[in-house]
Design a protein around this ligand. Structure first.
Ligand code: SAM
Length: 522
């Protein structure tokens, strides 16, 4: 699937560069194939717009290209390594014994069935341990029995050298008879009626039903009945499981057309009076029946092929046999030709429709890609913004931390200063709730450290506090200290000085009240 050849020439350039480092380089040949003739014509010329080489180094351009104006043509030495040819990986006979297959960006366009067909073909095309390259959006995980992963990220695989196991559709029922053969009739102990019935039915099937086989929709046999061998023969060449290819000569054509009709129409097809020559020269008349088999649990459609032996084989004159054979073959060929024409027309129409679909989904993919790129750019931009915001926040945070440390230090200093003073001082709210006090004040009012937040009026004071309550608004409003001597009961006399502790208009105004015991001062 080389399309217009860019990938082919990239591989050729890499191989050529490596060959130049070897004393005795091997002969290299690249078969570049595609089903699209127009792409192949472009590929053969090796002529591309110069802009295609934007990611190629100047040394490589000089070594492997001839640049003419806005175009560049691949050098002859590189082109000579490549042979371009039309070829379908699905329809045409596969290549074989290749060292490397690069089949990039084709699988993504194929359905599961076509992929299932393609991967064994690619495996067949490779030598044991040969390499397979596929596109970055593709994988072969369902074909691990055929390919071993070498480089998962770059999608490089290696063909396993084991013969690929046949891929049979899983069947729910048991398809080996309980009876292995006449020599060992009882492999099971028949103890129940069900088991007995099963045994009898199996025996009847083996002995008295016409030979039959079950095939997939590609015509591959997945089950044979007993005596099927009477109607099949070993064909020389590569072993096959295709039932029609193994049928006896006189039967092949009719079986092939009947199968195709039944598979395409999903219907029952009968072919009567088919004369088949047996190996001993006798003539056997066969009636073929092909019908869809609706088997529960089967993952793909299956078809039953029955070989009804209409009469016992008879000996016939050689000439009559040959004439009969010719007529039958001729009629069969005509039938097959007209069916092939119809089928071809259908395939062409299907191909055109899927080409259109491919084109439109490709366009969609392009626009989705562009949208994703735009979204990605936006994400990058907002990521940068977030980063710078984050840096700013970190600076602010550092500033805040140092301010908090300074405040803590100041608070410690204040507390130490307060404790060191031998002055009875209380820091109050305007309604006399305690915010802080010195040890001397604690002695006068009997305060404990846990009393912060309580009202000074709740404590037994030696002097009345009415003057304080009246004077505080004036002190706060004027931001000016006020003093007075207050006498209490039992002869107590205190000089009380009130000062505003905060600036005027502060949201948390405070008052410092100093109490001096005049009696103690004498
Ligand atoms: C997306 S292009 C990939 C081109 C190239 N391999 C790359 O990755 O750039 C897919 C190519 O597969 C080709 N193709 C489609 N069906 C094919 C088939 N059955 N056999 C061979 N080539 C096929 C198309 O003609 C098209 O050129």
């Amino acid at each position: 699937a080389c399309s217009t050849g860019e990938e082919v020439y990239s591989l050729a350039i890499l191989l050529r560069e490596h060959m130049l480092t070897l004393a005795d380089p091997p002969r290299v040949q690249i078969f570049a194939t595609d089903i699209d003739e127009r792409s192949l014509t472009v590929a053969r010329t090796g002529l591309y717009p110069k802009t295609y080489l934007s990611a190629v180094s100047p040394e490589r351009i000089a070594q492997h290209f001839v640049v003419e104006g806005d175009s560049a043509v691949v050098a002859k030495a590189v082109r000579d390594l490549c042979t371009f040819a039309p070829h379908s990986v699905l329809r045409d006979p596969p290549f074989s014994r290749l060292d490397l297959v690069s089949c990039r960006n084709l699988l993504i366009y194929l359905g599961v069935e076509a992929q299932q067909q393609l991967m064994p073909v690619l495996h067949y095309a490779l030598r044991p341990r040969g390499y397979l390259f596929i596109g970055m959006a593709e994988n072969v995980t369902r074909f691990e029995d055929l390919f071993e992963t070498i480089d998962k990220r770059n999608r490089i695989f290696q063909a396993r050298d084991a013969i690929p196991p046949a891929r049979l559709p899983p069947m729910s029922g048991q398809d080996t008879p309980i009876f292995a053969g006449a020599g060992q009739p009882y492999r099971r102990n028949v103890t129940t009626h069900t088991a007995l019935r099963h045994t009898v039915e199996t025996l009847m099937l083996a002995e008295f039903t016409p030979p039959h086989a079950v095939v997939t929709r590609t015509g591959e046999a997945v089950h044979y009945s007993s005596r099927i061998g009477d109607h099949l023969e070993v064909v020389p060449g590569q072993p096959t499981r295709e039932l029609a290819a193994m049928a006896r000569k006189g039967l092949r054509l009719d079986l092939r057309t009947a199968l195709r009709e039944a598979i395409e129409g999903n219907t029952r097809v009968v072919r009567d009076s088919i004369s088949v020559e047996l190996p001993d020269g006798r003539l056997q008349t066969i009636s073929l029946v092909v019908k869809p088999l609706n088997t529960a649990g089967a993952t793909e459609p299956l078809f039953l092929v029955v070989f009804n032996e209409a009469a016992a084989p008879v000996v016939k004159e050689r000439q009559a046999l040959e004439a009969n054979e010719r007529d039958t073959a001729f009629q069969g060929l005509e039938r097959e030709l007209s069916m092939t024409r119809e089928r071809l027309q259908g395939v062409i129409e299907e191909y055109e429709t899927s080409l259109e679909e491919l084109k439109s989904s490709n366009e969609e993919l392009y626009s989705v890609n562009e949208e994703m790129q735009a979204a990605n750019e936006e994400l990058e931009a907002s990521k940068e913004e977030t980063q710078s915001l984050n840096e700013e926040l970190q600076t602010v945070n550092a500033e805040l931390t140092s301010k908090i440390e300074a405040i803590d230090q100041m608070s410690d200093d204040q507390s130490t200063l307060f404790e060191g003073m031998n002055v009875a001082s209380v820091l109050l709210t305007p309604d006399l709730h305690i915010r802080m006090f010195t040890a001397a004040a604690a002695q006068i009012f009997g305060l404990q450290p846990g009393d912060v937040g309580r009202s000074l009026r709740n404590f037994s004071t030696p002097i009345p506090l009415t003057w304080l309550l009246d004077e505080i608004p004036t002190v706060l409003a004027a931001s000016r200290p006020s003093e007075r001597t207050i006498e209490g009961e039992n002869g107590a006399r205190y000089r009380v000085r009130l000062m505003a502790s905060s600036r005027k208009g502060s949201r948390m105004p405070g008052i410092v009240a100093n109490f001096t015991n005049l009696l103690e001062q004498g």
